[in-house]
Design a protein around this ligand. Structure first.
Ligand SMILES: [Mg+2]
Length: 317
């Protein structure tokens, strides 16, 4: 995914709005007002609203405050406490102006209030403003977490995900593996073919990597320059080596000509694998160092190959 593709896709996709109200008539009024510009979903109580926020993932929720069983404030609190729904923007719909309630709503994380009876112009404007803010936030987040050239995760994204995965695997006592990768003789490639073609090579290799490492919880990131890293949570030593071999084969298969490499006549990649069952939370950096060391060994042994190491217990010594 390229940044310009991202911008285009952001512009083309219709925003999703979930309207929540226990009075069908109120839902109808809002739907009528907004359905030309947005993809509208509806829920008639708080429980249904929470379910739909998880399944539909709306950008924005128009949330009635006064509802039986689960009221709007309770729904908002649940949404904000769940990492999967915390980014959804909430606008409260309320029957009467009550300053104390509005303060409470903003403190719960709402972005705005709309008062009933609905004024069409004010409502449309408020929804549009919040929607644009949400889109800009999403875009900023994407710029912050993805590499501008290759479109895969960047190093910051890797670091976030790695510590999350490390904690999860530590709790469940499952193995976690890293594959550190480096394009062989990339300096020679750049020197002879130029940086433009060098970028093109990085893009193709990144694509080969993300096509190979594609289970839902795996992550492929650009670690720096021509270096990449894969996180394979819940993956054994044998499994990780198998994936590393596959990566090497798939990079060879795209067959990017490299006349100036002393490994082969095409671009190749070396891989260092490290696996452990995490014991202590703060030691995850050591696994990166170990993978890096294995990469160094793979390079020393002639490149275009995997070197791997399994640690049974990472500890400081
Ligand atoms: Mg109501």
């Amino acid at each position: 995914m390229d940044i310009s593709d991202l911008l285009i896709s952001q512009r083309e996709v219709k925003g999703k709005i979930l309207i929540v109200d226990d009075q069908i008539i109120n839902i109808k009024i809002l739907r009528q007002l907004l359905h030309d510009d947005y993809d509208i979903h509806m829920a008639k109580d708080g429980h249904q609203a929470l379910e739909m926020c998880s399944s539909v993932k709306p950008d924005l929720v128009l949330l009635d405050i006064e509802m039986p069983t689960l009221n709007g404030f309770e729904v908002c609190r649940e949404l904000k406490n769940n990492p999967k729904t915390t980014d959804i923007a909430v606008i409260f719909i309320t029957g009467h102006f009550d300053e104390e309630k509005e303060v409470q709503g903003f403190q719960l994380g709402a972005v705005d209030f709309i008062h009933k009876p609905i004024n069409p112009i004010i409502t449309k404007a408020r929804v549009k403003n919040q929607f644009m803010l949400k889109r800009q936030n999403d875009l900023l987040l994407k710029f912050a977490l993805y590499d501008g050239l290759t479109g895969i995760a960047n190093r910051r994204h890797f670091e976030q995900r790695f510590s999350e995965n490390w904690r999860l695997c530590a709790r469940e006592q499952k193995p976690i593996s890293l594959i550190m990768l480096d394009i062989d003789q990339f300096k020679q490639y750049n020197d002879h073919y130029g940086h433009q073609q060098g970028d093109d090579c990085l893009l193709k290799v990144a694509k080969a990597l993300s096509d190979t490492v594609n289970r839902p919880f795996d992550l492929v990131a650009r670690y720096g320059g021509e270096e990449f890293i894969c996180i394979l949570p819940n993956t054994t030593f044998i499994g990780a080596q198998h994936i590393a071999q596959k990566i090497i084969a798939n990079v060879q298969a795209i067959n990017i000509q490299h006349e100036y490499s002393n490994v082969a006549k095409h671009v190749t990649i070396s891989a260092g694998v490290a696996t452990t069952i995490p014991e202590q939370e703060h030691l995850h950096d050591l696994l990166i160092e170990l993978a890096d060391k294995q990469l160094y060994i793979a390079k020393k042994q002639g490149r275009n190959q995997v070197a791997a190491f399994e640690v049974t217990n990472i500890s400081i010594d």
